[in-house]
Design a protein around this ligand. Structure first.
Ligand code: SF4
Length: 568
């Protein structure tokens, strides 16, 4: 059966993202969500296995019933199973197509595709729990959450000895990160030797890693979005010294947003202003009830602001290709055809600019609904457009965001309107901001010529990997093996791969060198930027395990060794 595939986040994937080797992660991510009508046509029930095939690959996953109604559209959670079938080409934008992909789904008796077939060179490094150290109970208030771009900084964290035992106010995703900080840890530096990982003293692995980087002609330093700006600052110096590329996870999330903002500017506000003033909240191509669970309560439709508050005083509109959880609580849900957001945005601009639409529908949306939405926007006292990967990852990519920004600019002729991208990793915004003030560019910065260059489609990590241009990769604070298309991951496996991460990620399972680090916001301090660019100090609530250093310390040691070798 032919269907259109959309990928995205779900709550379970977020809950188990800290241990991608676990059965829970596989159970939640190795799945395809089908509409009940499509399930009947395919003759499958929940739990049956199906093969999902696209022109880029195939994978076997379990069937789950989609909660909303979206016949003809299937959904897979972000992860290595979805990445096996997504379109890797970036069309010069740096962003692969993670949504709107034609797939064939058929019933199969085959087993779910194991991780070992999806992650090249798959080898599990020794991983363990941090040993419990007794101690008195301490309570930390105003702790910031190092999970999503909301960076909620009102948490109350209870610690006994070296363990977080209770977290107040966090959502299930933040809670899971705090309460499981000691699990799935790599506690020693390791190096791959044949079919096993061997332990290497810290000074020796730093020396070997520096040697690999110095000997490479075009190294890629990738990740950064779940680390501090202090670490990033050293990363930039390292990339410059090596003549390599520094890039972050924006390349497969809001890269197109940043390009568009640089092109046409942006009308924005802080989440505090939105909480206090916004009476119209639009979520376009995003589902905060899956990825940013406290967004509504803390900042938008359920928040109690100074001048406005509560659900009944604010209108909520959702625009998406399928009926998500947030669509069910909206006052108006607009179902747009996959890959047609650009058409709808342009139609809305036309109506806002008092032009007439002479067609019965636009992008699958009846024109009456387009007028209804335009009217809601114009008549709002303070409107906000939050948007997600539903429009950055689909056809049009950067142009979708250009039109969204221009729509908001047009709306400011009538009323106050702003827009904010829903950023995923807690410091992805900070990484892009800090890269801008350190190099002049927000991501995908190359130093091969001795000065920074930013050429989307050329210096973006997905394109570099797809072309096989780099000869060493350093991954820090991210897991590209779980989030990049399979072909890019395969390319990464062909060069020396260095991973700096507190936990055993899928990328660590294909690494040649692993250096464990402390968790920013739990085991060490650091600076992060919330999705609205507000800097927030991440606090330390427990001591890191013995011998485990923060990212910025590890990077500084590598940088010092690199400089020493370069001077020889
Ligand atoms: S909404 Fe995001 S930042 Fe806030 S508690 Fe949940 S995961 Fe943490």
């Amino acid at each position: 059966m032919e269907l259109i595939l959309v990928t995205g986040r779900i709550v379970e994937q977020g809950r188990f993202v800290e241990d991608k080797i676990s059965h829970e992660y596989e159970n939640s991510v190795a799945a395809v969500f089908l509409d009940e009508e499509d399930m009947k046509v395919l003759g499958v029930s929940e739990g049956d296995r199906v093969k999902v095939r696209s022109e880029f690959g195939e994978v076997v996953v379990k069937v789950k019933r989609a909660k909303g109604r979206s016949p003809g559209i299937c959904f897979m959670p972000l992860g290595p199973w979805a990445n096996a079938v997504v379109r890797p080409d970036t069309h010069g934008s740096g962003m692969p197509d993670f949504k709107g992909i034609k797939v064939v789904v058929e019933k199969t008796g085959e087993e779910v595709t194991p991780l070992s077939r999806l992650v090249p060179k798959y080898l599990l490094p020794p991983r363990t729990e941090v040993e419990k150290v007794p101690g008195p109970e301490q309570v930390f208030t105003d702790v910031a959450c190092p999970f999503c771009g909301c960076v909620c900084d009102d948490l109350v964290v209870h610690v006994v000895g070296n363990r977080v035992v209770k977290v107040e106010r966090a959502c299930v995703l933040g809670m899971s990160k705090f309460l499981n900080h000691y699990r799935n840890r790599i506690l020693k530096p390791y190096k791959r030797q044949g079919d096993k990982f061997i332990e290497v003293p810290y000074e020796k692995i730093v020396d070997e890693v520096a040697e690999v980087l110095v000997n490479s002609k075009y190294p890629l330093l990738f990740g950064w979005s779940s680390s501090s700006n202090e670490a990033l600052r050293i990363g930039v110096k390292l990339a410059e010294a090596l003549g390599g590329v520094i890039d972050n996870t924006a390349v497969f999330c809001h890269g197109p947003t940043i390009l568009a903002e640089q092109e046409v500017g942006v009308v924005t506000a802080t989440l505090g202003q939105i909480k206090n003033r916004a009476d119209l909240i639009i979520y376009w191509g995003c589902n905060p009830l899956a990825a940013h669970l406290r967004h509504g309560v803390r900042y938008t439709y359920l928040a109690q602001g100074f001048f406005i508050g509560g659900r009944k005083n604010r209108k909520v509109v959702v625009v998406d290709v399928r009926e998500t959880e947030i669509a069910k609580v909206a006052d108006l849900f607009i179902k747009v055809k996959p890959n047609k957001d650009l058409e709808l945005l342009r139609a809305l601009r036309a109506v806002v600019n008092e032009l007439e639409l002479e067609v019965p529908e636009v992008a699958g949306v009846p024109v009456e609904k387009v007028y209804e939405l335009a009217e809601l926007m114009i008549s709002a006292r303070f409107g906000v457009l939050f948007f997600g990967l539903g429009i950055t990852m689909t056809r049009g990519k950067y142009w979708n965001i250009v039109e969204a920004i221009r729509l908001v600019q047009d709306l400011n002729k009538w009323t106050k309107f702003v827009l904010i991208p829903m950023r995923g990793h807690y410091n992805v915004t900070g990484t892009n901001a800090a890269l801008c003030w350190l190099t002049g560019y927000p991501y995908a910065i190359e130093f091969a010529k001795g000065y920074p260059r930013h050429i989307p489609g050329l210096t973006t990590s997905t394109d570099i990997l797809l072309r096989g241009d780099c000869d060493a990769v350093l991954v820090i604070a991210s897991d590209p093996a779980a989030h990049m298309p399979k072909r890019a991951v395969e390319s990464m496996s062909k060069v020396p791969l260095i991973v700096i991460d507190p936990k055993c990620s899928l990328t660590a399972c294909m690494a040649d060198y692993i250096i464990p680090s402390a968790i920013v916001g739990i085991e060490c301090e650091g600076t992060a930027y919330r999705m609205d660019h507000v800097p927030i100090r991440m606090r330390k609530v427990v001591e890191p395990p013995p011998g485990i250093r923060p990212d910025h310390v590890i990077l500084y040691d590598i940088y010092a060794k690199v400089m020493e070798k370069l001077r020889r």
